[in-house]
Design a protein around this ligand. Structure first.
Ligand code: CO
Length: 430
């Protein structure tokens, strides 16, 4: 239960991808990791532990081994979640109200966002002492809400409802004459409104996460996809014992919008960082390729649990449940990267760590999603496995998972990051 409390606190401190990366950076700094900057030269001693951010919303942390690295152990999860992003000029005034002009970030379920107190957070760039400075901001109080239309004015509201972004989704911020989002942000940052040059602001639900159920089986919170995996991978990474491999934790932004940004899994961020780490240790491109060939990447993104009200939507045999352990994902179209070798390797690590494993694949007549591993391998090819934790209501703004699974993931990732994998022509030694 303590671990879930810590997870919920991590999630509440991480209302946007920027904040999720900041929360991760703080945990790494507390554990003695040094921050490096892509704009500066790097020098890395044997055993160095460091991290680097790109765009404030993606982060790669790594642990350099004492000797020449024997391989790569990489884990990836994503910092972003579906939500609503404010337009640059967001105030909409009419009928005695001030509403916000928003657009969709990612593919969310719209209905859960209605009638729920919302707050605003994100990143702004300011003019400060002759410099352009980026700062994170979080109003951390309810300031907006998207009100439903009363049943009396929409008698068909409970029958096949659709949500029109322009008509149904603009959040209410104030009555006419109330302050606009720029004024609220300036006040929170204690700066003048005119010093805010640009901003990236997102709405997030204020509803706190909770553990619930007759036997406290469940955990519900905003952004479980994918901050539950970020948290589990981070803990496993920090708590791991020694390994001769170069180990890296990769938190990527923009998974929910296709990973195509300069900081996403589809970018060169990971390969850039690894090339620089190898160069700083006096190693070359061929050493990196040798280590990649002797490596394993875990792409961690939550998986669908069988839905109690819609059990037919799940595959016939591969039906993950909450608290059933870490889910390994499979797809014949290689949208998930799992193959028999990576599945066997990861399952053996889980067995040794006493972590139950379950399996997921999409129903054969339904196309599924894709995630980090598949996209990341275009820039750095190595054995990879897709995993996650079973959850319900994926892409709702209040998702539900099992209360025991976070610990299973931490244990699995601790075992993974402590592994010594040696791929020899005769077979793989663990
Ligand atoms: Co996800």
């Amino acid at each position: 239960m303590d671990l879930n409390k810590e997870l919920l606190s991590f999630i509440s401190r991480s209302p946007t991808a920027f904040h999720a990366v900041d929360s991760t950076a703080k945990a790494l700094a507390d554990a003695g990791f040094a921050e490096l900057y892509e704009t500066e030269p790097w020098s890395l001693a044997p055993g160095a532990c460091a991290f680097v951010r790109r765009n404030d919303s993606s982060l790669i942390a790594f642990r350099v081994p004492e000797g020449e690295p024997s391989g790569l152990l990489l884990a990836a999860a994503h910092s972003d979640s579906p939500c609503f992003k404010l337009k640059e000029n967001a105030s909409l005034e009419s009928d005695g109200y001030r509403r916000l002009s928003v657009e969709k970030y990612g593919g969310m379920l719209c209905a859960p966002w209605l009638d729920r107190p919302l707050s605003l957070a994100g990143r702004v760039t300011l003019r400060e002492g002759g410099r352009l400075v980026s700062r994170l901001v979080d109003l951390a109080r309810p300031v907006a809400l998207i009100p439903n239309l009363a049943i009396h004015m929409d008698r068909s509201a409970n029958e096949g409802k659709t949500y029109d972004m322009l008509k149904d989704m603009p959040p209410l911020l104030s009555l006419a004459g109330g302050r606009g989002p720029e004024a609220l942000i300036a006040e929170a940052l204690d700066v003048k409104e005119e010093d805010i040059l640009s901003k990236e602001l997102f709405l997030y639900p204020c509803t706190p996460g909770t553990v619930w159920g007759a036997e406290n089986e469940f955990l519900s919170s905003p952004r479980l996809d994918d901050l539950q995996c970020v948290f589990g991978c981070l803990h496993g990474f920090l708590e791991a014992g020694s390994s001769g491999a170069l180990r890296a934790l990769c938190i990527f932004d923009n998974e929910e919008v296709g990973s195509g940004s300069k900081q996403g899994a589809g970018s060169t961020f990971l390969s850039d960082v690894l090339r620089r780490v190898f160069a700083a240790r006096g190693l070359g491109e061929v050493d990196l390729l040798r280590c990649a060939a002797n490596g394993l990447m875990v792409s961690a993104d939550n998986a669908h649990a069988v839905h109690p009200n819609h059990p037919g939507e799940a595959d016939r045999n591969e039906r993950p449940v909450p608290n059933g352990g870490v889910v390994i994902k499979y797809n014949a179209g290689a949208r998930y990267t799992t193959d028999s070798v990576s599945a066997a390797l990861f399952s053996e690590l889980c067995r040794a760590a006493d972590v139950p494993v379950q399996r997921y694949s999409n129903r054969a007549d339904k196309p599924g999603g894709s995630t980090l591993g598949h996209i990341s391998l275009a820039h750095l090819s190595l054995d990879c496995i897709d995993i996650g934790l079973a959850q319900l209501a994926m892409h709702s703004c209040y998702e539900t998972a099992g209360s025991k699974d976070t610990e299973y993931l931490v244990r699995a990732m601790r075992a993974f990051f402590s592994a010594e994998v040696r791929k020899e022509p005769e077979g793989i030694c663990l």
